[in-house]
Design a protein. Structure first.
Length: 139
């Protein structure tokens, strides 16, 4: 069995953002040469997420509004975590909701998606460098 590992790095210039990383993951798959297997895509930070959904701007705005409604950034005093000097208690909760990682089947050297599926990096506490792990195993 072959394996491939690569880190994708991001430095988001805002607190929150959703970034379509499907093409970057697809490039990793091509680089790996793996034709059949599994591809794990994992946010390596506890205030970021990787998830699969549709690449539609209205939906992205709906996600942002929904997450801010469930776990608003302010007031900062709302979160006990922020008593440690942090201001990202909301980002930890948003990550928990949106998920840490996804696994996509690899079939015939391609990411085996359903209709409209794309891979996204969700940033909930930006302004610094963060990474996503892409790990592909198979033949």
């Amino acid at each position: 069995m072959k394996h491939f590992r690569k880190e994708l790095w991001f430095n988001i210039s805002s607190r929150r953002a959703l970034i379509n990383i499907t093409d970057q993951v697809d490039n990793c798959l091509k680089e790996s040469g793996i034709q059949e297997g599994l591809c794990l895509i994992n946010a390596m930070h506890i205030t970021a997420s990787v998830f699969i959904n549709d690449d539609e701007p209205g939906l992205h705005k709906d996600f942002d509004d929904w997450l801010e409604g469930i776990a608003p950034h302010e007031p900062l005093s709302r979160y006990r975590h922020n008593l440690t000097g942090e201001d990202n208690g909301d980002a930890h909760l948003k990550r928990q909701i949106m998920g840490r990682e996804v696994v996509v089947a690899v079939t015939g050297g391609k990411l085996d998606f359903g209709p409209w599926e794309q891979i996204f990096y969700g940033e909930f506490d930006g302004w610094r460098r963060k990474r996503v792990l892409v790990k592909i195993v198979g033949e």
